[in-house]
Structures are given as structure tokens and as C-alpha cells.
Write a protein that binds this ligand. Sequence first.
Ligand SMILES: [Zn+2]
Length: 77
Amino acid sequence: MQTANTRHEISTVSNSGAALDVAWCDGHNSVFPSIWLLHACDCAACGSIESAVRHIRLTDQPERPVITGAQVVGNGQ
Ligand SMILES: [Zn+2]
């Protein structure tokens, strides 16, 4: 039986460098392009999505950023 939590847990992540392909525990997949991940980053260097204050400009970033690593940690978070 699938619970609400397993719907949002990651099973595996594949990194092509240009995108992450996330396999969710409920069986579906999502693809996240590197530029989308950079835009969605909420770290101190990039700025807060919540406040909409950004410290980076996508136009100043590489057109095709390369994802150098990704891993699933904890319980699929
Ligand atoms: Zn960041």
C-alpha cells in the first residue's frame, strides 16, 4: 500500500550532467534540467525563493550548467 509519504520519496537519481532523472517511490519519474535546478536553488549564495531576493542572475550563469553530482540521502529526501 502506498502512503502519502512514499509518493514524495526518491528511489533513485540518474545524473546526465544536463539533468537529473528522479525515480519516485510511487513509480513515476521527473526530469529536472540543470538550469531549472540552478534557478530553484535556495542556498545562501543563490538567495531565497521564499523572499524572492536572488543573489545570482541566470543571465550571468553558464547557458548549460553541468550537474557534477547528486545523491539520495536519508529516507529518500
Ligand atoms: Zn545555490
